[in-house]
Each structure stands twice: as C-alpha cells, then as structure tokens.
Design a protein around this ligand. Structure first.
Ligand SMILES: [Zn+2]
Length: 516
C-alpha cells in the first residue's frame, strides 16, 4: 500500500511541473495579485460609500473623476480628465417626505433627479389622484382643481409582492386572478391616460402649469421594497418618488376620503452650467504605441442609491485590471487605455464624444472590453458582428483559467450592439469593441437604476474574477502578433420584420444637456 501511494505522488509531481512550465508567468502573476492583493473592496468603499452617486452635472461626479485620476497617479499610470461638454449643475440636499395628516409618519421616498427644490421649511399640501375621464375636455375641466395640491401620477400597484413570491406561495387560482386583475387595471389606466390627452412625459408639465404644489409618483421595480429613480419632469415644483408601500397607503387614503397631507422638504441646489468629463488613463505601448487596447466602463450613475452595480462594479473592474497590469505587465506592446465615460445614462454621451474627438485612436483599436451590467461574473461574450472575432477572442480566452472561462458562452459573429452601453459607440465606428456581459444577480428588478443599488449587492468573488478576465484579455490583446481584423460580417435579416439589418451608425453626443 505504501509503495503504491508513493508512486502516485511521484506521478502527480511530474505532472504538476510539466503543467507549470506551460503556464505564462505574467498570467500567473496577474491572478496572484488579483487574489492576494485585491483593492476592489477599498475602491468600492471609496467610490460608493464616500463619494456616492455620480449623476451627470453633480459635484459628486466631478469628485469621482478627480478621485480616479488621483488613484491612477498613485499607481504610476498617466491619467487625466478630458472635458467634452456641459450639463446643468445640480446637487441633492437634505430631503424629507412626511405624512402630516391624518397621522404623522416619515415616508420612504426621495426627490427625483434634477427636481426643483423647496425652502428649508418645505411645502405642506393635500394629496389628490388623477380622475377617470372620458376625454381631454373633461380632463381640462378638472385640471384647475390641482391648484395647491400634490398630485399622485402613478397607478396604484395591485400587489407589493413580486411575481416570484406569488409563484412560490399562491394557489393557481389566486395567481391567475391577480394577473388578470392587474392586466385589466393596467389597460384601464393606460386608456384613461390617453383620454386625458397627455402622456407620462407631458402630464407633469400640464399639472405644474395648472398650479399643482408637487408631483408624487412611484416607479416600482417589481421587487420587494425597490423603486427606480429617474429624473423629474417639472421646472418649478418638486417631484418625488415614494416606495410602493407608502404610495399605495396614501392612494387608498385619498380614495377612501381621508384627505392625507404631506410635508415635502427638498433642499437641492441649482449650480448653473458645469463641465462634463471622461477620465482617461493609459499605459503607453512600447512596440506599437499607436495601437490601443481599451478598457471601458461608464463612470456616471443615476442617483437613487450609489450606483454600485450600475456601474460601480464595471468601474472598479477596469481600475483594478489597470492597477494589476501596470504592476505585472508595465511595458505592454500596445497602449492600454482605460475610459471611464461620463453621462452614459443620458445616451452614451461621454463615449460618443470620445469616438468623435479621437478618430486616430478609434481607427487603431486592437480591442475594447466594456463592462456594464452588474456585479455578476461574465457569462456572455458576443463577437458584435465582427467576422473574425471568434479567431482572436477565442485565442485570448484560451489563456484565461478554466474556472473563469467555463462560465462564458460565446456567440460569433453575433450582431452589432446598437446601444445599451458604451461599447456600442465604438462598434458603430467600426472598432472591434466587446461587451463583457454579466450574470444578472437580479439586476433588472433589484439594482438597475434603483434605490437599492448599493455596496452590499456587490458579489466580490465575481467582480474579482471579472478583473482577472479583463486583465488577461487586455494582456493577450496587447501581445498578439497580429493586428485584429475589424471586417464586418454580412448581417442577417431581422426575423421580426424581414428587413435587412444594417450596421449601426455613429451618433453625436449631447454636449450640452439638462438645460432648456
Ligand atoms: Zn450602466
């Protein structure tokens, strides 16, 4: 028995040393640094907890840009903030939404982005709901009655339980009934909205012009306690979002005739017109400095929470990959550039500006890797319609440890992304740009643009795996003896309408936004 064990041990040792010889020492060092000296938690804390949300035009966005440049500088990586436009300057302040009648209670809700503020004293007013009307004439007749009132503009939800919770516990009959009721209620709500002569977009302005004191809405994200927080559509009066639970309670109070009143304090500040930036950092190439491997992630966020998974995680993946590359691969063959784009959320503005302003870089892109759909490990990689992407992406992926690459489903040649995140700005310009697409971790309902997109939702093991993947792909793209092909595949017809798909066209950014 003893002898038997010994011989196995010898065989194992031989195998191990053979395997070790196969391994690329730079890749080994990248993995060790990522696992044993990870900076992800600290970066996440500094960016999300301390700086906070990064809405375009806010001082926090500016602070984040400065923080990133300081980090890169400390790591010995040349970095700068590149101005590309201007936006309305605005900053959130202290805000409170309290029910003051028929009983007192502080509510869960928040001022929408760019909503006009109130004085420190705030406003106190009665709530009303939209009437059921047969046509726009009837609605116009009702409109003056909003004067001095807070108008509730969202449909009351039929249930505060997400569907998965119903599916787990409801009887088949009650589940079916709930869904049918909800569909009927939603259809009736839509029809009534059409009857008013307004839509969600134009209604706020009409109410504001008719003298409403404020707008109260609720944009439920179909998960427990989670709402999406976007921007206000008012110019003078405050617009707030209330969580489903409080919104529903108040709605029932209005309908039962309890005449609830709210006090809203929203001390935001208008800051005029401010510059907008991209943070750009690079490790210069030694052999082919004019060719670029680009790491890409938008830096801005909505401000319902701290933008942890949209796109704090993409941001720290790219920063960590750059830090590790600088340490373990300081003299890349090609230039490795990272772009932390501004104002992605308003239409890929930062990356579109970069593409427009730097044709000399865009035409020399070896590969771009963008990450922007949450904290999950990368599970999808599409060739974005580039005919030969399977060849080089496939080769680079082979260098990635199996425990990371085994999760990734590739799709070649794939179809070119027309939007959704910043890689699309480069794809449109014909540059081989790819999306490192993550496992969802309930992104769409629970964190994307919500009031729950916070540090605690980050799954650091997955993020670490993404930083390793990104660093290795960047290393392999930089070292590749060949320049990548950006030849486009012939696109298929769209199965929905039978039309020939065409390659997306580059679009200009909004260089001056948020202002009328
Ligand atoms: Zn995003």
């Amino acid at each position: 028995m003893k002898i038997f064990f010994k011989s196995i041990l010898v065989i194992l040792l031989v195998n191990f040393s053979l395997a070790a010889q196969d391994k690329d020492p730079i890749i080994e060092r990248i993995i060790t640094e990522a696992n044993e000296n990870s900076q992800l938690e600290r970066l996440g804390h500094e960016l999300l907890d301390v700086i906070g949300p990064r809405l375009v035009g806010t001082p926090e966005m500016k602070q984040a840009h400065e923080w990133a440049v300081a980090k890169y500088t400390k790591w010995g990586i040349a970095a700068k903030n590149e101005k590309y436009g201007e936006w309305r300057g605005w900053q959130r302040g202290i805000s409170h939404i309290d029910m003051v009648y028929p009983r007192k209670r502080t509510l869960s809700g928040m001022q929408l982005a760019w909503s006009p503020g109130t004085s420190k004293k705030g406003i106190t007013a009665e709530l009303i709901v939209l009437p059921t009307v047969k046509d726009s004439l009837e609605f116009a007749k009702w409109l003056p009655s909003v004067k001095g009132k807070l108008v509730m503009t969202s449909m009351q939800q039929a249930t505060g339980r997400p569907d998965y919770n119903w599916e787990e516990f409801a009887t088949e009959e009650s589940m079916k009934k709930m869904k049918e009721n909800r569909e009927a209620q939603t259809a009736a709500w839509r029809e009534n909205m059409r009857n008013t002569g307004y839509n969600r977009r134009t209604l706020s302005a009409a109410l504001e012009n008719a003298g409403a004191a404020g707008i109260v809405s609720s944009n439920w994200s179909k998960g427990f306690g989670v709402n999406k927080i976007f921007s206000a559509r008012t110019k003078k009066i405050p617009a707030v979002d209330l969580e489903l639970e409080d919104y529903g309670m108040l709605y029932r109070m209005v309908e039962y005739g309890d005449k609830p009143q709210l006090k809203i304090v929203a001390e935001s500040a208008e800051l005029g017109v401010v510059p907008t930036f991209n943070t750009i950092a690079e490790i210069k190439g030694t052999e082919k400095p004019e060719e670029y491997v680009i790491l890409s992630a938008h830096f801005d966020s909505w401000d319902g929470a701290t933008g942890a998974t949209d796109n704090g995680t993409g941001t720290i993946v790219m920063m960590e990959a750059m830090r590790i590359l600088k340490k373990m691969y300081p003299n890349p063959k090609r230039t490795i550039l990272v772009g932390h784009w501004g104002s992605e959320e308003q239409g890929l503005n930062g990356s579109r500006a970069f593409v427009e302003d730097h044709p000399e870089i865009v035409k020399n892109v070896q590969a771009l890797f963008n990450q922007d759909n949450g904290t999950g490990r990368v599970v999808n990689l599409s060739g974005q319609g580039f005919l030969h992407a399977y060849d080089y992406l496939g080769r680079w992926l082979e260098a990635v440890p199996k425990d990371i690459s085994k999760h990734i489903k590739t799709n070649f040649p794939g179809t070119p992304g027309g939007g959704g995140s910043d890689y699309a700005s480069f794809v449109a310009a014909g540059a081989p740009a790819f999306s490192l697409s993550s496992l969802s971790w309930s992104y769409w309902n629970y964190t994307w643009h919500t009031n729950r997109d916070t540090y605690d939702k980050i799954v650091f093991d997955d993020v670490r795996s993404n930083a390793i993947l990104t660093a290795i792909l960047a290393y392999k793209a930089s070292e590749d003896p060949e320049r990548t092909s950006s030849e486009k595949s012939i696109l298929h017809t769209n199965p929905r309408n039978g039309e020939q798909r065409t390659w997306p066209k580059p679009r200009s950014p909004q260089r001056k936004g948020g202002l009328d």
